[in-house]
Write a protein that binds this ligand. Structure first.
Ligand code: ADP
Ligand code: MG
Length: 336
């Protein structure tokens, strides 16, 4: 049996069917991400696991035991939210110690555990500070320490980085990943950001409208989308209907299926391209936009706009309006 199991979990809010027969297995020590657009049921599933919502059907198991009807306080699950909700009148140390004090743990043990947790989240020196004097990232580190100090069976993280600016977010991503691995914690992380899911996860479960659309490790979810929803959500795929595929490549597909093509799988050049790709065609550059270390071109091919990524080497390589040669291999054309 897996460490955590959802069996056919159903949840309604009134007539809104929010979780539609969720089956999910999570192994001990895994870092699992629930990825999907806003409103698809990610937070609800986390809250059901934590016992903050009751379920209308199915069962939930943790560590070999059914917990479907257990009180939240008896589940031994830690939770970190987007909003840190620290006690403003308590110091960092006091915030982290709070849960242990409620448990009436002896003071020396509390002291030791709090010091360990502070070291873990790299807040040494901030012990006596109040939350108001900390950055958002530091406050989230306190919230993380407050959870891990309880030594939970599972750590739930509901979009914990959404309110944190981009630069700090990267370092906090790394810290969260590192800490959970070091402690061997089982973590369930929620995000709507595909890049974050790619970086953090052992396993991604892609949610769509109360159901799991696709599950797998980041590379397989990225490179082998199972549906147009998956391809549209992860990997910035171009999605071509069979007739559009024929217009672009000049070849008719026998299977008559929609085709997904990732922007970075194309070759693009001012000169005709000599390579072994099955499909070669010409187009006109319509626009470009920088995206970190790549430039994303929109190339018009027989009236179909195609996104093509090229490494960004400090200047625009293909001017708008210029003619380009493009190729792509059949193995990168994913039939959906
Ligand atoms: P996500 O976390 O994926 O953005 P949620 O799980 O928060 O999505 O919400 C899923 C659906 O359930 C949404 O339609 C939302 O409006 C609804 N919902 C969530 N919580 C409640 C609630 N407490 N009462 C009524 N509807 C809710
Ligand atoms: Mg949510």
């Amino acid at each position: 049996m897996a460490y955590i199991e959802f069996k056919n979990v159903e949840k309604y809010f009134g007539s809104n069917h929010v979780l539609k027969g969720i089956h999910m297995e999570i192994e001990k020590g895994q870092f699992v991400t629930l990825l999907g657009p806003s409103g698809c049921g990610k937070s609800t599933l986390l809250r059901c696991l934590a016992g903050l919502e009751t379920i209308d059907g199915g069962e939930i198991y943790l560590d070999g035991e059914e917990i479907t009807h257990k009180e939240p306080k008896d589940r031994n699950i830690g939770m970190v939210f987007q909003h840190y909700s620290l006690f403003p009148n308590m110091t960092v140390e006091e915030n982290i110690a709070f849960g242990l004090k409620l448990k009436k743990m002896d003071n020396a043990e509390i002291k030791r555990r709090v010091a360990d947790a502070i070291r873990m989240v790299e807040l040494e020196g901030k012990e006596k500070q109040h939350p108001v004097n900390l950055s958002g990232g530091q406050q989230q580190r306190v919230a993380l320490a407050r959870s891990i100090v309880m030594e939970p069976k599972v750590l739930l993280l509901d979009e914990p980085l959404s309110a944190i600016d981009a630069k700090l977010r990267k370092s906090l991503q790394a810290s969260i990943k590192q800490i959970t691995k070091k402690l061997g914690l089982t973590a369930v992380f929620v995000t709507h950001d595909q890049d974050e899911a790619m970086v953090m996860s052992d396993v991604i479960h892609l949610f769509h409208d109360g159901q799991i659309e696709q599950s797998g490790d980041p590379v397989s979810v990225y490179t082998k989308p199972v549906s147009s929803f998956a391809a549209g959500f992860i990997g910035n795929y171009n999605l071509l209907k069979p007739e559009e595929f024929e217009l672009v490549t000049g070849r008719k597909r026998e299977d008559n299926r929609e085709v997904a093509l990732r922007p970075e799988t194309f070759s693009i050049s001012h000169q005709p391209i000599m390579n072994e790709d099955e499909y070669h065609f010409e187009g006109i550059v319509e626009s470009n936009s920088p995206r970190g270390n790549v430039l994303r071109y929109t190339v018009n091919i027989n009236g179909i706009p195609i996104h093509i990524d090229a490494l960004f080497r400090s200047r625009v390589l293909f001017e708008d309006g210029s003619k380009v040669y493009v190729s792509v291999a059949e193995k990168n054309c994913i039939a959906l």
